[in-house]
Design a protein around this ligand. Structure first.
Ligand SMILES: *Cc1c(COP(=O)(O)O)cnc(C)c1O
Length: 353
């Protein structure tokens, strides 16, 4: 793979500097271009520096673009592991399909990612709870203002050393149940990790933050009745011994952390359901004391306990505002596999060779 070297390397964050999420970026990136004539071509690793685009480029106007989020971890033996990357490439190609972006070769980008990780190994943080966040993205790069699928694209992967996603780490989050704005409807783009979904969610997110909440809990667009998910996490509830997560009905992002948690839970013999769950059922359970736990799952936050939800102006505290047992078990299991502390019996760690 072609490699273009930087003249001067960036200054890395200090060992004790809090990383936050998505503030620092490494020296290099992977890029690959698409044109109608040549297909996907010119995969290469080059300096991660500002790039120039014409302001009539499709991505700036119509948001024809998709992204992924994954993480790399330093293992106890010093090697690098990525968590289930093949799942991300498959989902990214499904997102591409929905957004009229041409399918890309997963083997080429996987090779590009692994090359990049080897070059950037010193950027991978090693403190507990930290990781190297991987952001693969495709943007439409044709210069043309008509509303049509672009004929040119740029695929890139940038890397960012990160700490915990939420400012207060593993502290239980506070969610506001959103009963006005919607994230996604059946037939819309909620199943795809496409750029516009996140722009559309910001208004509700800001209003929730102003009221002191961490994130919004979305309901279905049609009836505002069924729980869907959180901004960047899928939701789980533990109600009277049953672990419930909303079924993937078409408006929910099919999370890889969600899928991994379901497998761990089923393997350990928990009673697990993927089904529609109404907000009324959740509130009723909170009222009658059977809502034992609630948590969100996603690459950025891994497993995030939910300590409180507010619905129609009333606060419902979950598990005394503390992390529950199942939440803790999943956090320990998933991070144990990611950081190489537990046996990888599912083959979820892809070791970079
Ligand atoms: C990325 C994302 C998730 C979590 O997916 P993972 O594969 O577990 O990281 C959940 N919901 C939304 C809306 C997302 O964008």
């Amino acid at each position: 793979m072609k490699f273009i070297e930087r003249k001067v390397l960036k200054q890395k964050p200090g060992k004790d500097e809090p990383l936050g999420f998505g503030h620092y970026f490494t020296d290099y990136m992977f890029t690959m271009k698409y044109t109608k004539e040549k297909g996907w071509h010119d995969p290469q690793i080059e300096p991660n520096e500002p790039v120039k685009f014409d302001l009539a480029t499709t991505i700036f106007h119509y948001a024809q673009g998709i992204f992924e989020g994954m993480k790399a971890f330093i293992q106890p033996d010093g090697s690098i592991a990525v968590f289930r990357p093949e799942e991300n490439w498959a989902r990214m190609n499904r997102s591409a399909e929905r957004m009229c972006i041409p399918q890309f070769p997963a083997d080429v980008v996987e090779e590009g990612l692994e090359e990049l990780l080897k070059i950037e190994k010193d950027w991978i943080p090693t403190k507990p709870g930290t990781a190297l966040y991987i952001r693969p993205t495709i943007v439409a790069t044709r210069v043309m203002l008509g509303v049509h699928a672009s004929t040119e694209y740029l695929f890139f992967i940038i890397l960012s050393p990160v700490g915990s996603y939420y400012a207060h780490g593993l502290e239980p989050t506070k969610l506001l149940v959103e009963d006005f704005y919607v994230r996604s409807a059946i037939g819309g783009t909620g199943e795809a990790k496409c750029l516009g979904n996140y722009a559309a969610s910001m208004k509700a997110g800001e209003e929730a933050e102003e009221k002191g909440f961490d994130q919004v809990l979305w309901l279905d667009a049609k009836d505002k009745k069924y729980v869907e998910e959180v901004g960047s996490m899928n939701m789980f509830f533990v109600i009277g011994g049953e672990v419930v997560t909303p079924a993937l009905v078409g408006s929910i992002l099919p999370g890889i952390t969600r899928k991994s948690c379901l497998q761990v839970l089923r393997d350990k013999g928990y009673r697990v359901s993927e089904r529609r769950i109404s907000i009324d059922e959740v509130i009723e359970a909170a009222k009658n004391g059977t809502l034992d736990e609630a948590f969100g799952t996603g690459t950025a936050a891994v497993i995030s306990p939910v300590g409180l939800i507010q619905y129609k102006g009333v606060d419902y505290v979950i598990n005394g505002g503390k992390m529950g047992e199942i939440t803790k078990m999943l956090y320990d299991t998933i991070t144990g596999i990611q950081y190489g502390k537990l046996e990888d019996k599912y083959g979820w760690r892809k070791i970079v060779k």
